[in-house]
Structures are given as C-alpha cells and as structure tokens.
Write a protein that binds this ligand. Structure first.
Ligand code: G4P
Length: 527
C-alpha cells in the first residue's frame, strides 16, 4: 500500500475521562469490535485502587499494565486505529497531558449521573489549548442520570465547548428504552449486553409513524418527537469542519457496560475523526505526506526489571515511513541511531515491526538516550513544538540519605525526570535539588524506584511552594536582577531555564504586578 493510503486509513486517538466514568469499559468494547480481543474483562484497568497509595506492589503492577496497554492498535472496517491509553489517576495527569500531544483526536467519556467532574474539566482544558477535536460519550444511561437537556447545558458551560447531539436517549435508568440516531434516522432499542457484532437498529424515516408508538409506547414516542423537533431546530446538521477545528463536539448517549450506543460512536468516529495531521515544529510545518521520516518521543517507560536499565521510548511518527534497521537522526544528541527491534502494539502482544507510518506509535528500545520531547528525523534539525511541561503543584527537597551513593542518586533522578515522572529544579546559588510533582503518589514512586533501581536512599523535605512559573523577559538585566533578589524563590529547570517558585497566589500576583518587564509562564514547552 502506498504511504498516502496508509496515512488515510489511520486514526490515532485517546479515550479520556474522570476515573470511574467508564474509560476502561469503553476501550474494551472498541477492542471487541476491532476483533483485537475476544472476551470481556481482557483489558485491565489501569486504575490505582483506593488505599493502595503505599502499596508498592500495586505501583509495580500498574507499571506492568500501563506498558501493556500504552497503545492498542486494532482494525475496524479497514481503518487502522491506534488507541492511546491515559492513566486515570490524577497524580499521573501530566502523563495524560503529554499523551494528548501524540493523538489527533479524543473521545471524552462523561458519567450521566455525575456529569462534569474535576478531571473532565482539566483534560478538556488541555484539548482546548490544542484545538483537539472531541467526541463526547455520555455513559451509564442505564442509571438514573441527570435530565438530558440539563446535562448538555452543564457540559457546554463547564467545558466551554458547543455540543451537537448525534443520538438522543429515550429516558434513563430502568426506563431507558434506547437511542434515536438523529442523522441516520434510526432507532436502536436498549437491550443489556448487546453482542459486539449485532446490528439491530430500526430505520424510522418518519417519526410521526405509529410504528414508533408500537415500539416505545405513546408517551415516550411523543416526548421523542418533541425532543427531536427541538434539537433539529437548534442544532441542524453537524458541520464536520467545526468538529475538526475543535469548536463543536458531537455527543452520543449510551451504556458502555452493555455495549449500547458504542457502535454508533465508533462508526461515526471513523467517518469524521481526523487522519494524521500536519505538525508544527521549531522551524516549519511538517506535512504528514512528506517522504522523509520525522517523529517525537512523548512517553518513556522504564523496564520493570531493575537489573536492566533499558527503557521503551514511545515515538509518534509524524511524516515519512519508519523502517527497521535504518539510521535516523536524534536531533538533540546530534547523533544517528538505528533500531533493530521496534515494537508495535497490537493489543496484548508486542510485535517487532518492519515499518510504521504517520499516526503510528512505536516502542523503541532505549538505553538512556531519549528524553520526552526528543525528535527523530532523516537529518534535518527541528523540534516538534507544543509538548508542554505543566507547573507542578507539590514541591519537596530531595535529601540524600547515603553520601556513598551520591552518584547513583544523581543518575537515578536524572533518568526518572527524563521519563517525566517528576520535574527537577535546582536552586540558584546553591545546589538544593527540588522535585516538583502533580501528586503525592509520584514522590513514593521516586523514592521506591531510586532505591530499587539505583540503590540510592533518599527522603523528602516539604517546601512551602505552590507553583513554579517559567520566566522570560526582553530585558535580561531586569530578569537577572529579579533572580538575584529572589534567590530563595529562584531555581533553574533541567534545561537551565529560570523559574520562580511562588509561595502563594498572593506572592505570585504581587511579583507579576511589580515586574511588568518579566513574563510569568505557567507551562513551559519542552522545546
Ligand atoms: P474508568 O476506566 O473510567 O475508571 O471506568 P471503568 O470502565 O473501570 O468503569 C467504572 C465502573 O463503572 C465499573 O464498575 C464499570 O463496570 C461501571 N460501568 C461502566 N460502564 C457502565 C454503564 O454503562 N452502566 C453502568 N451501570 N455501569 C458502568 P465497578 O463496579 O467500579 O468495577 P467492576 O467491578 O464492574 O469492574
């Protein structure tokens, strides 16, 4: 198949949700449709169970699962779909944000009972930053959920995105009777545990047909007619361009556990979801159909075996064709590498591949040469932009407990921060190492892994900071002065960029007001 054909049949996306909304269940149903798995229960939840925060076996088990499910590739109706997994736990949110840089669109799952939740809001913010096309799946319609109109209004308001219903439910909870497909003008009646391959929709050309009354009863038939008239009047037909630009999100209703409404979602997804897109770099836009390979690393996974420090770097292919054993240029190191065992991830098993195309994510065996954000090309020097580093929310000083193991500690913390487990800052005028994380859980992961993989014992001392802001200024003198003056609150990140560590919102706002020549950034781009 030609490059162009390979590209046009690829869809690379992620399912995102607040924990417990049904991401794992929906993933499993997608894989069943794709024939990638045969039985329910085959996809392991990557959720960290409650009360398991100190259980290191649990963390290791999680790491195992997240390697296996990082990318799930399956075929559906001749499309090759790459589904990228995102960790559900909020302490690993940064990992999720970075994964979102490697997809072309997302499916957002919302629990019909709980509506918009904390993580839903945060994830959507990241999608909005990148104008990522979003399809919404309102799940658990078999439960007594919120009023459907209220729910749509809540989602639109809270997530600041315009919605466009594609299906419409008839009741919810025990009275849930099914969904009407507004576009195909067909009705699918609710049956629990629908088989993945069944297609039992009833075409209803005219909603005024008595046939509808026979199927759902007079009362519900009339409500559906009124609802549909209202929706048609307000929304009209979906403009795919609005979806692709990230300003309108099509909405589906269903019940993932019952495999209900999932097929409608998947069929529309392959019809409208974007194929691999052109990408912005530090020098120019890289077109997806360019013949030369380019790609970037968005995730690094350490080997589970502490005796081997090798890791898997996940590369998103952006242009050209990746070939096994061919030399590629590692831009940051200005060195050429070839890969004899690149992996692809056909759910459950890792297979060595010969080639990969734009949209694909491959696993590269790495002995410590990669960092998140690294770019591979066929010689040209550029970096893919828009891979963000967010301000951490918890800061602690890293204290070495064993002076004999200083070297191991240094190496360990460098490698773990390269993997993106946490961010490392070094205080100006001293060499106090400050670790910034999104969640408490990461500190436990770091302490555990430093000891187990590097033999270095450490402890953490809580620091009174609440945010890190990256600083830039057109007036270098003013910036240097500021950093000198605020030595206690100044540090540099791993790449030597100056950072201000704020104690509180009040301090931060005061500094922003007092220093108009300095720009305070809440995210930094890795490049
Ligand atoms: P997550 O990955 O987003 O965290 O959610 P997950 O799929 O694990 O689903 C969370 C819980 O919601 C699970 O129940 C799952 O069975 C249930 N669920 C998913 N879809 C539906 C649905 O359409 N209707 C209803 N009523 N429940 C649904 P659990 O009890 O937490 O786990 P389990 O013991 O069933 O695995």
């Amino acid at each position: 198949m030609s490059n162009e054909k390979e590209i046009s049949r690829r869809r690379t996306f992620a399912i995102i949700s607040h924990p417990d909304a049904g991401k794992t269940t929906l993933t499993e149903k997608f894989l069943l449709f794709g024939g990638a798995i045969q039985t329910a229960g085959a996809v392991k939840s990557n959720k960290i169970k409650k009360h398991a925060t100190s259980d290191f076996m649990e963390i290791e088990r999680q790491r195992g699962i997240s390697v296996a499910t990082s990318v799930m590739t399956f075929e559906y109706r001749n499309f090759l779909i790459n589904l990228l997994d995102t960790p559900g736990h909020k302490d690993f949110a940064e990992d999720t944000y970075r994964t979102l840089t490697a997809v072309d669109s997302v499916v957002l799952v919302i629990d019909s009972v709980n509506g918009v939740e904390e993580q839903t809001r945060r994830l959507m913010e990241v999608c909005r930053m990148r104008n990522t096309p979003v399809i919404v799946f309102i799940n658990k319609m078999d439960r007594d959920g919120k009023n459907r109109f209220d729910l749509l209004e809540e989602i639109e308001k809270e997530l600041k995105i315009q919605l466009h219903p594609m299906t419409w439910p008839i009741n919810s909870g025990k009275d849930f009777k099914g969904v009407y497909n507004l576009d195909a003008k067909s009705l699918v009646l609710f049956t629990a545990n629908t088989k993945a391959t069944e297609d039992d929709s009833i075409v209803i050309e005219d909603l005024n047909d008595d046939f509808l009354n026979d199927k759902v009863g007079n009362n519900d038939a009339n409500i559906l007619r009124e609802d549909v008239e209202l929706i048609d009047g307000v929304y009209g037909k979906l403009n795919t361009e609005d979806y692709l630009s990230g300003s309108v999100a099509p909405v589906f209703f269903g019940s993932a556990i019952n495999n209900f409404g999932v097929k409608e979602l998947l069929d529309t997804f392959i019809k409208i979801a974007p194929e691999p897109l052109d990408r912005e770099t530090s020098k120019r836009v890289v077109k997806v159909e360019e013949p030369k390979l380019s790609g970037f690393v968005f995730k690094i996974h350490a080997n589970l075996d502490p005796r081997h420090r090798d890791r898997i770097a996940f590369l998103r292919v952006c242009s050209g064709k990746f070939e096994r054993n061919k030399y590629y240029h590692h831009v940051r190191l200005d060195k050429d590498f070839r890969f004899s065992n690149p992996y692809s991830f056909m759910a459950r098993s890792k297979d060595i591949i010969e080639d990969a195309y734009p949209g694909d994510v491959i696993g590269l065996f790495d002995t410590g040469n990669f960092k998140i954000g690294d770019t591979l090309t066929e010689g040209e020097d550029f970096y893919f932009t828009g891979i963000p580093s967010f301000s951490p929310e918890i800061f602690k000083e890293l204290v070495n407990k064993d002076p004999m193991k200083t070297k191991q500690l240094e190496k360990g913390i460098t490698q773990l921060t390269d993997e993106g487990v946490a961010q490392l800052f070094t205080q100006f005028g001293g060499n106090k190492k400050i670790i910034g994380c999104v969640g408490e859980l990461q500190f436990e992961v770091i302490q555990y892994r430093l000891l187990n993989e590097y033999g270095a014992a450490c402890e953490f001392r809580v620091l009174p900071f609440y945010k890190a802001c990256w600083l830039t200024s057109n007036n270098q003198k003013k910036l240097d002065e500021f950093l000198r003056f605020k030595q206690q609150n100044s540090a540099e990140d791993k790449d030597g960029n100056p950072v201000y560590l704020a104690q509180s919102e009040w301090f931060l706002n005061t500094e922003i007001t007092n220093n108009p020549d300095i720009v305070f950034h809440f995210t930094s781009e890795i490049h």
